[in-house]
Ligand binder design. Sequence first.
Ligand code: ADP
Ligand code: MG
Length: 253
Amino acid sequence: GSTTAPLLKVERARKQFGGVVAVNDVSFEVNAAEIVALIGPNGAGKSTTFNLITGILTTTGGRIEVHGKPVDNTPPQEVVKLGIARTFQHVKLVPDMTVLENVAIGAHLRGRSGAITSMLRFDRGDEAKLLAEAARQIERVGLGAEIDQLAGSLSLGQQRIVEIARALCADPELLLLDEPAAGLRHMEKQRLAALLRQLKDSGMSVLLVEHDMGFVMDLADRIVVLDFGTRIAEGTPDAIKTNPDVIKAYLGA
Ligand code: ADP
Ligand code: MG
């Protein structure tokens, strides 16, 4: 048709927990090959928005669409097959397993291919394919030299990148990252930013929740600002930096 649906469309999404409106009719879009940051003070509704998009929580109103198809209230394992993969705020690697094992194990229930989605139909051929795919993604994120090291022996920055490699095994069009830069050293943040730019250059989109404003302002094409569950601003980093409503929300004025 004459109009192309955006990769992700969040339209007046709403989530209430009893009397608390955690996400209050929030709307935004993510397009192809775009890095969008979701920011806001603690309790603004960022994590809840992520959980609505990835199917961990059901909405109490509004719509969430992937390529124009409604995905609200779709279970997480189905959302990932639609090309939406995520990492979590806290590292979820098994420290006593290698990088390769961590990526392969985390990937086996994911993916759009369907070939590696069922443990019940998991044979040696599938295992070989899975390991090859895991190794390919580990190379892609620049951790080829660490592939046989124990995950627990890596720096926090490297562990975050291992988690991204695991998410990449799902062959996502959109990668959701929950505070990827938290706790990282300056050099690690730079390496992470370079990786995310590389993924964007390959056509992937990234939606990230992040508190590190320097990281966000450097990296994001667009920023969506939430406060008390409501979208209070959206724009380029330069516009957001000087937006009076955003400054007020952050200063608690
Ligand atoms: P953020 O990630 O921006 O810090 P959250 O999305 O975690 O914010 O929370 C938004 C609001 O919703 C907060 O007031 C929080 O207390 C509330 N909230 C989040 N999850 C739940 C829940 N499971 N039950 C009740 N209230 C919740
Ligand atoms: Mg949160």
